[in-house]
Design a protein around this ligand. Structure first.
Ligand code: ZN
Ligand code: ZN
Ligand code: ZN
Ligand code: ZN
Length: 108
């Protein structure tokens, strides 16, 4: 459907349904929350991903409060990604565990 737009779930501006980033507020996945592990669509309020079973309630690594695990913390609005501290890696990843998904070394 040409011209079909959906409101961004952060700023409510209309964005294309396949947008990866909201052109109005710059946040990722403006239309559909996705599982940080398997990218399956998820819904706010779920406690686990229906596809891979990942727990969707985590403690925010920035503010320490419990939040729904999608793209941004519900409390401090920081993006829920951590960067591997190792100089040659620096991979950005969702805070899924205590080891880097790329190099396997401890995250901070
Ligand atoms: Zn937006
Ligand atoms: Zn999943
Ligand atoms: Zn937070
Ligand atoms: Zn790493």
């Amino acid at each position: 459907m040409p011209g079909y737009m959906i409101p961004c779930r952060y700023c409510q501006q209309l964005v294309p349904p396949d947008a990866n980033t909201c052109p109005a507020c710059g946040k990722v996945n403006p239309v559909q929350a996705r599982c940080p592990k398997c990218a399956h669509p998820i819904r706010k309020g779920w406690v686990a991903c229906s596809s891979c079973g990942l727990s969707l309630e985590i403690t925010c690594p920035f503010c320490g409060q419990k939040t729904f695990f999608s793209d941004y913390c519900e409390h401090c609005d920081r993006r829920l990604v951590v960067t591997c501290p190792h100089r040659k890696c620096r991979t950005e990843q969702p805070p899924l565990g205590d080891k880097c998904i790329k190099c396997g070394r401890a995250l901070g």
